[in-house]
Ligand binder design. Structure first.
Ligand code: FES
Length: 151
């Protein structure tokens, strides 16, 4: 499902133009657009009066911020120890082939972003893949592929 369009000016109006609102603004931009574009970053910096270099270092420090467009759906393949032992790497490679992107990348149609992670906190279900908020336990390439076809 596509996110509703939010006007960037509307986001800026939510906070006074003070440096302490930098992170709140970046979070709102991230939530609205799924990433922080260079244009949005410039507007945020102008609004709160912080140098671009500081905003970039904040945005690159926190993993919750993305500086590249993200897909509509997020796929996280676990490569932690339990999942690795049960074939996590094969699943990851399979999903990479199916989507035509490497882990860490987004498909050209902006439909999927593929990530690998070190543990999803559900080791008993290994191998585990998460698609958006749904856990796929005992994951196989086929299970993941079938789910992605439905999205
Ligand atoms: S190692 Fe995969 S869920 Fe913990």
């Amino acid at each position: 499902m596509n996110k509703p369009r939010v006007d960037i000016d509307e986001i800026m109006e939510r906070y006074p133009g003070e440096p302490r609102y930098l992170i709140s603004l970046l979070q709102d931009v991230q939530a609205a657009y799924n990433y922080i574009s260079p244009e949005a970053m410039n507007l945020v910096c102008d609004h709160v009066g912080v140098p671009l270099t500081r905003a970039w270092s904040v945005a690159t420090f926190y993993k919750s911020f993305s500086l590249e467009p993200r897909g509509e759906h997020e796929i996280r393949v676990c490569l932690g120890t339990a999942c690795h032992l049960k074939g996590g790497a094969r699943i990851s490679e399979g999903v990479e082939m199916d989507l035509g992107v490497e882990a860490g990348r987004t498909t050209e149609d902006l439909k999927f972003t593929l990530e690998t992670v070190n543990c999803l906190g559900a080791c008993a279900l290994a191998p585990v893949v998460m698609v958006d908020d749904a856990y796929i336990g005992g994951a196989t390439r086929t299970k993941v592929r079938n789910l992605l076809k439905k999205l």
